[in-house]
Ligand binder design. Structure first.
Ligand SMILES: *Cc1c(COP(=O)(O)O)cnc(C)c1O
Length: 254
């Protein structure tokens, strides 16, 4: 590594450290305001589009939970990070749209898939997980969350409200899967006609409905860089933060 590259790496480390401190502070403030225990809100670093070297630094800074949304990119990154930090134990959650033919690769590295939004995808993951179990590549069922569509807008993925309970019953009956809760991507605040308060009220209600039918499905993963405070006020237990943590990266460095 040249002296210049060394300095770039040092600057990047300092930037990530600064950003992480700021995000942690926001979470702490939001928990204080909502009267919640900060230990009950986990921070997931969403590392899509950032290089493995950044993930290694975030591990050094104490983060252990990472989210990826593209199967191909993630598989390679998981291996790279393992090579960079062989003693670390990152947990990788898959949080993106998933084609059924990629289920097997994702099951190979994901500690949880948070984006199950159809019976067909659930069945593909169930089969892949059973297979991995048979081959000794997994030691238990694959934990999953159901991705809930707040306003039925298909573009962000998710199962609409009227299909949620049927999907939950189906997933609960899949031997290869373990239903752990709900994930949602709220519409971006600032979009015309979007009321984050209403969106997160709806999300919290859906999570409650799911939990009353399936008590083991107690996790709520909701809230991102722009809306983590509202999400924490509405009972989220996992905030998935990308931009605020890693910043915008110039295309050339991807
Ligand atoms: C990218 C992404 C995030 C993080 O979004 P930011 O606004 O960058 O914090 C969270 N969840 C999902 C599903 C994502 O794709």
């Amino acid at each position: 590594m040249s002296v210049g590259e060394d300095r770039d790496a040092e600057e990047r480390r300092a930037e990530l450290e600064r950003r992480l401190a700021a995000v942690r502070e926001r979470i702490a403030q939001a928990c204080a305001a909502a009267g919640r225990d900060p230990d009950r809100v986990e921070l997931m670093a969403v590392t899509k589009t950032v290089p493995a070297a950044d993930v290694a630094v975030l591990l050094d800074l104490g983060l252990t939970l990472f989210g990826e949304n593209r199967a191909q990119e993630a598989g390679a990154k998981v291996a790279e990070v393992a090579a960079l930090r062989p003693d670390a134990r990152p947990r990788w959650h898959f949080i993106g749209g998933l084609q059924r033919n990629k289920a097997r690769t994702v099951v190979g590295w994901a500690a949880r898939v948070e984006s199950v939004d159809s019976v067909r995808l659930a069945d593909a993951l169930d089969r892949a997980a059973a297979h991995a179990l048979d081959e000794g590549r997994r030691t238990g069922p694959l934990p999953v969350l159901l991705q809930y569509s707040v306003d039925g807008d298909a573009a962000r993925g998710g199962v609409p409200a009227d299909g949620l309970m049927a999907l939950a019953d189906h997933v609960a009956g899949c031997a290869g899967l373990r239903l752990e809760g709900l994930m949602a991507v709220a519409p971006l605040g600032g979009d015309a006609g979007v009321d984050p308060e209403a969106a997160f009220t709806d999300i919290e209600r859906a999570a409650d409905r799911l939990r009353s039918a399936h008590p083991e499905a107690s996790v709520l993963s909701a809230g991102m860089s722009g809306d983590l405070e509202v999400a924490i006020r509405h009972a989220s237990g996992v905030v998935r933060v990308g931009t605020a943590l890693v910043g915008y990266r110039p295309l050339a460095s991807l």
